[in-house]
Write a protein that binds this ligand. Structure first.
Ligand code: TPP
Length: 564
């Protein structure tokens, strides 16, 4: 298959910035802009600035322009980052400030597909920029020439008939679809009006995946359970599913540690039925969307009836309610549950009591059993959500995260909004960048004593160091390290009780009281190193890697036990 690339786009942009003598670049942390950051951060031609918050980055860029009178470039990742440029860009638009806002976007096929971090990037309000220019993926000479012309056009527009901001949208990353064999699927849509079709589910392995969802009503829950009773079905859940019926499998760790070939040969369903919103579950998406997974039909059950082909396997859309769908395809028959049992056996055999260094993961491993019943937990996206998803929580605990548009910007505010209408504990798990993005929310005067914030201060976005990489080279701009010391002063100013821990012992000694009733909201800041965050994740994965033959893993675990 063709290799789609954005490296050529980055090269063209950097070359043209130099030719236009544009030197100042304001950089926000992120993944999709890593190729651009790598291309400029050590080039002495450019002066780079690291700003965590995109709202402030855009105003910072305005300030740079006011002082220098020069064109300023800003660079941010996709997801919610671009949206947070809007206030500053609006000021820049009416102030006529020439800022080239370089934003990144995914291939258009991911738009509106419940694909992670893929909100529309070029839909800014019309009084933000003079022009939005989107360059193509470069696949051949035509694309190359096209991009070169468009990037020139974007730079020229900054000063054409008066100055003003311009958005330049660049597609991100090289990607190939491994083992892709073209095949053309037809997608059919059914509704209660037209009638749901006859389907044959006999002998099929069925996986129901529950994306983010508020707690289920009894009617839906019963309908799903009844369906599972009469089919060889399982329900894949993660924390955000808030579904706790029979036949559920919390399979996040299993999928994280499972080789794709193992999934294909032993764990993939014949039919995937999706309900709820986005899963926010990268391991799940990675496995189900793999081109190696063939023969799986995705059935989407949703009242909007939209064509949302998240895993590139969509064949049927059922435009109806959850209960209508599952009731329609249930009967009084019962059935063997070999598929569910296979998954359950796998999940039951997993090892999570691994010795871990002090880290977000260690805190999740230690604390997940002690979170009081009926609490609500709100997870910051990506790293915090990922590590907590490896551990089950009591079924009375409700979990949320901003996985719809995937911003680090508003988790705390959302958690506080939830907490003020609850009598139970509300617990936010948040990294330092996301915390500082939303720290003004600590001043909300409606905050009650039921709020608990666990702030994992790992000095920047550890998210960008969890895969093998040169960690040092990522610190300055990609992870945005070194901006913040601690939250103590601000927490105290806002009437919180502030606690901190730098070791497991300090953490363990305070965990109970952190989770207990208090006459103040509590902010508990733990200081962990990026190296420990990485090592902890690798340690738990290493213990649970699932080779093609699961028997081998059992033997390995037994030998390890005997050697202890
Ligand atoms: C508004 C917004 N800006 C930028 C991003 C890109 N982004 C995703 S995760 C992340 C790092 C978060 O760092 P932190 O909150 O410290 O959590 P950690 O990964 O260290 O646990 C960033 C910048 C985003 N998702 N949303």
């Amino acid at each position: 298959m063709a290799l789609f690339s954005n490296f050529e786009n980055i090269k063209i942009l950097v070359t043209l910035l130099k030719k236009a003598n544009i030197r100042h670049i304001v950089i926000n942390p992120g993944t999709t802009n890593i190729p651009f950051i790598n291309a400029v951060q050590d080039d002495p031609f450019f002066t780079c600035y690291s700003i965590v918050d995109e709202r402030s980055a855009m105003y910072f860029a305005i300030g740079l322009y006011l002082q220098t009178g020069e064109i300023i470039v800003t660079s941010c990742t996709s997801a919610q980052a671009t949206r947070n440029y809007v206030p500053g860009l609006t000021e820049a638009f009416y102030k006529k400030v020439p800022i080239l806002a370089v934003t990144m976007e995914k291939h258009p096929r991911f738009l509106y597909q419940e694909y992670m971090q893929a909100p529309h990037q070029s839909s800014l309000p019309k009084d933000c920029v003079k022009k939005t220019i989107e360059v193509p993926f470069i696949r051949d000479e035509n694309d190359y020439l096209h991009s070169t012309r468009l990037i020139n056009e974007a730079i020229l527009e900054l000063t054409h008939r008066g100055t003003g901001p311009v958005q330049l949208c660049i597609p991100w990353l090289d990607f190939t679809l491994d083992e892709f064999t073209p095949s053309i699927r037809a997608v059919n849509r059914y509704s209660m009006d037209t009638g749901l079709p006859e389907v044959s589910l006999t002998g099929k392995k069925i996986m129901i995946v529950v994306g983010e969802h508020r707690p289920f009503c009894t009617k839906d829950q019963q309908a799903i359970e009844r369906f599972c009773t009469c089919h060889n079905a399982m329900v894949y859940v993660n924390l955000l599913s808030n579904y706790h019926g029979r036949y559920t499998v919390a399979g996040n760790l299993a999928l994280t540690a499972m080789a794709i070939d193992t999934f294909v040969s032993g764990y993939a369903p014949d039919i995937l039925i999706s309900i709820g919103g986005q899963t926010g579950d990268y391991p799940f998406y990675g496995k189900l969307s793999s081109a190696k997974v063939t023969g799986v039909e995705h059935w989407r059950v949703c009242e909007d009836g939209n064509v949302v082909d998240t895993y590139d396997k969509l064949t049927k859309i059922f435009e109806c309610s959850i209960s209508a769908f599952f009731q329609t395809y249930s009967s009084d028959a019962s059935c063997e549950h070999s598929y569910y049992e296979k998954w359950k056996a796998l999940v039951d055999s997993q090892k999570t009591d691994v010795d871990l260094p002090f880290s977000n993961l260690y805190v999740a491993q230690t604390m997940h059993r002690f979170v009081p019943k009926s609490s609500t937990m709100y997870f910051s996206i990506l790293n915090s959500l990922r590590v907590w998803s490896l551990f089950p929580l009591d079924s009375s605990i409700i979990c949320y995260s901003n996985v719809a548009a995937f911003g680090i910007d508003g988790g705390l505010s959302a958690c506080i909004g939830q907490s003020v209408e609850s009598e139970h504990l509300s617990l936010m798990i948040v990294g330092d960048l996301a915390f500082y993005y939303d720290m003004n929310s600590l001043g909300i005067r409606h905050i009650k004593n039921n709020l608990r914030i666990l702030l994992v201060n790992n000095n920047g976005g550890t998210e960008f160091k969890l895969s093998p990489c040169d960690r040092k080279s990522r610190d300055r701009y990609i992870c945005a390290s070194g901006h913040f010391k601690n939250a103590e002063g601000w927490a105290n100013t806002c009437g919180f009780e502030y606690r901190s821990a730098r070791t497991k012992e300090e953490f363990n000694a305070q965990m109970d009281s952190f989770l207990s009733d208090s006459d103040k909201p509590i902010l508990f800041e733990i200081f962990v190193s990026d190296a420990n965050e990485y090592d902890a994740f690798q340690a738990i994965l290493g213990e649970n890697v699932l080779p093609a033959n699961p028997l081998k893993r059992k033997v390995k675990q037994t030998i390890k036990k005997l050697l202890k």
